[in-house]
Design a protein around this ligand. Structure first.
Ligand code: 0RA
Length: 649
């Protein structure tokens, strides 16, 4: 990259009218906040490029009271010399001509880049006004634009001993929906990600809107290594230091650089984040496949050479169990499968990443044999667990067939065979199970009583045989009839389409034990029947906490507040009225009729739907959940159990 970037090397492609006419094409949806925030990323990207070129270590983002936004960097400042071809300043060219900028100049291509790399001019086009202030050549230059059109030429307005660029813009409300505002959280998390990917860059966000002004600073000296540490922060790392690997390879378009940080933990999930030119690729792509190939072969080669591996090779899944990694490639001209850049498809990247990782990770293993052994041992354990699970699963299936039809004896099935209307209650305890069987609507409601605490599958992870031999778990698997296991490749894996009941309702006592049992059930479902949760088939029954009575009148309260309100209502002005308050501890304290009318009647009950917003996060949360920390468990349930009245479903 050269610093002699003068006005003459900027090429110009199109005008700005196109952007105002069809903002969606350039910036994404203008009515849901996508395009609005895209404007910020586009402006910030220019400053990030200055950082990548080695000229700024700080970027400040201001959210102003008037709903405009500023981005300040301390880079070289946009060039101000007069452009040969246009006869206007280079700054004005950059601000008003689409695709203008260094991007198409090989000597100084743009590395970071927004969704379409449309540049700051596209943002100018959709701004009511935009102002650029440049500190350069010991001077300050200023220019204002309205709807992308310069109000005046760039002018000198003072002297400065700083350098850098300040761009301030106010989105044009004739283009964006008026109701959409800049969202601090969205900006904050994106800037956090950006600073993780740019070691040593500090990004400050100052929200000056409204009463409570706040400020947030992101700075990570260690870059992606710190990112990986953060992913693993609630887990126990297998090795203290994050492994960091960097290297380059050549593509036809020029040099491709690869940066990788990885660390294994005692977790079971894998979490690999992929980036190309600082843009996240949600669906991975050729960098991810190159990384996976290299990892599998590197660990296998090492394990064999050190005679740690006896029989078959370790699978990729075994090797990646518990791995957190961030892979970041920089490519002069990458290709993606879609406009949203979710997947990198440049085929040469796979080989480049593979070669870099294979060589450098191999070296790391040689130099750190004790860490290498921990990683191999973990993969061996994963491999054994997987094999044991397969055997146990086969056994469960065969047993189901031997016992005829496979439906467990304890199940009181419903009459209907249409899963869409069927529900199964997984009920804590035989006595509540008995009341539920008597009180239910037997046409559509099936009851499966479960005795005591079901096995904590989290703690049995490495003894899956035990999981599948557990009576209660076998019973659940057979009653639901949809298989078991989250890996869709595996025979007999859980298939949500085969569920015999569209609603799986967990009904436990309203006490600490009940909450624990519910958590155990959820953990089992999460580990072995995940699609049931992600597809929204799992619910939590809400039995009442209190029965309130006055004479013959009985009322139920589902919370303390409701209890107090009902007491007031029953007293009806008579402070001395005698009100009976019965606290329900267990479901077993209710008779079948009470259980039906308070908790099971689809027309009047309230059930909570378990929704998992972000599978990656919740996996971590489930591990947290199974610790001894009860408040944290409760917080989890509250967060993910959304109230749904039966009218909506
Ligand atoms: C073109 C060339 C040079 C810098 C920039 C653009 C530049 C653009 C922006 C946008 C926001 N901040 C920016 N900082 C720099 C290189 C100028 C030189 O060679 O001195």
């Amino acid at each position: 990259m050269t610093d002699n970037y003068g006005a003459e090397s900027i090429q110009v492609l199109e005008g700005l009218e196109a952007v105002r006419k069809r903002p969606g094409m350039y910036l994404g949806d203008p009515h849901d906040g996508t395009a609005l925030h895209h404007c910020i990323w586009e402006v910030v990207d220019n400053s990030v490029d200055e950082h990548l070129a080695g000229h700024t270590s700080e970027i400040k983002v201001y959210l102003h009271e008037d709903h405009s936004l500023s981005v300040r960097d301390f880079g070289r400042g946009i060039p101000v010399a007069i452009h040969e071809k246009y006869g206007i300043s280079a700054a004005e060219v950059i601000m008003t001509k689409l695709h203008a900028g260094g991007k198409f100049d090989n000597s100084s291509y743009k590395v970071s880049g927004g969704l379409h790399g449309v540049g700051v001019s596209a943002v100018n086009a959709v701004s009511e006004w935009m102002e650029v202030t440049i500190h350069r050549n010991q001077k300050i230059y200023f220019q204002r634009f309205e709807a992308g059109v310069p109000v005046k030429a760039l002018e000198e307005i003072g002297t400065s001993d700083e350098t850098g660029t300040l761009i301030r813009f106010k989105p044009d409300l004739t283009i964006f929906s008026e109701i959409i505002e800049f969202d601090f959280e969205t900006i904050d998390s994106r800037m956090k990600e950006t600073s993780f990917l740019n070691a040593g860059l500090s990004i400050v966000i100052l929200d000056e809107r409204g009463e409570d002004r706040h400020e947030s600073t992101h700075f990570y000296e260690g870059g992606i290594s710190e990112f990986v540490k953060q992913i693993n922060q609630r887990k126990t790392a297998l090795h203290e230091d994050v492994i960091q690997i960097s290297g380059t390879g050549m593509s036809e378009k020029g040099e491709v650089s690869v940066d990788l940080a990885l660390q294994w933990s005692d977790a079971f999930s894998e979490s690999i984040m992929c980036y190309t030119n600082i843009i996240r690729n949600r669906d991975g792509g050729t960098h991810l496949s190159g990384l996976r190939t290299a990892l599998t072969s590197c660990v296998n080669t090492y394990a064999k050479r050190k005679k740690l591996l006896k029989s078959d090779g370790l699978s990729g899944e075994d090797v990646r169990e518990g791995l957190a990694a961030v892979v970041s490639v920089k490519h002069p001209d990458p290709s993606f499968s879609s406009q949203t850049k979710d997947k990198l498809v440049s085929s040469e990247v796979s080989g480049i990443v593979q070669k870099v990782v294979y060589e450098k990770l191999g070296e790391f293993f040689e130099e750190n044999p004790s860490t290498a052994k921990l990683i191999v041992d973990k993969a061996l354990l994963a491999s054994k667990a997987r094999e044991a699970a397969r055997k146990a699963r086969d056994l469960t299936r065969r047993k189901g067939v031997l016992e005829g039809g496979g439906l467990p004896g304890k199940l009181a099935d419903c009459q209907s065979r249409d899963p869409a209307e069927c529900e199964i209650y997984l009920v804590e305890g035989d006595s509540a199970g008995g009341s539920a069987k008597t009180g239910r609507d037997r046409r559509i409601q099936a009851i499966l009583p479960l005795r005591g605490k079901i096995l904590n599958v989290e703690r049995q992870r490495h003894n899956l045989v035990k999981v599948f031999q557990n009576q209660e778990i076998q019973t659940i698997i057979r009653a639901l009839g949809a298989g078991v296991g989250n890996d869709p490749e595996q025979e007999g894996a859980f298939d949500v389409e085969k569920l015999r009941y569209q609603k799986i309702i967990l009904m436990t006592d309203a006490d600490v034990d009940g909450a624990h049992i519910r958590t155990l059930m959820l953990t089992f479902l999460w580990r072995f029947m995940r699609p049931a949760i992600t597809n929204g088939n799992v619910f939590i029954a809400q039995p009442p906490l209190y029965q309130l009575s006055k004479g013959r009148v009985n009322k139920y309260a589902y919370s303390d507040e409701e209890r107090d309100a009902i007491i007031e209502e029953l007293k009806a002005g008579n402070e001395n009225a005698s009100i009976g308050v019965q606290r329900y501890k267990g479901l077993g304290e209710m008779n079948p009729e009470q259980l039906w009318s308070t908790t099971m009647d689809p027309d009047t009950r309230t059930i909570l739907k378990v929704t998992i917003e972000d599978a990656e996060m919740s996996d971590q949360l489930f591990e947290t959940l199974m610790g001894e920390d009860v408040p944290e468990r409760r917080a989890f349930i509250e967060k993910y159990a959304k109230e749904v009245t039966n009218l909506d479903i």
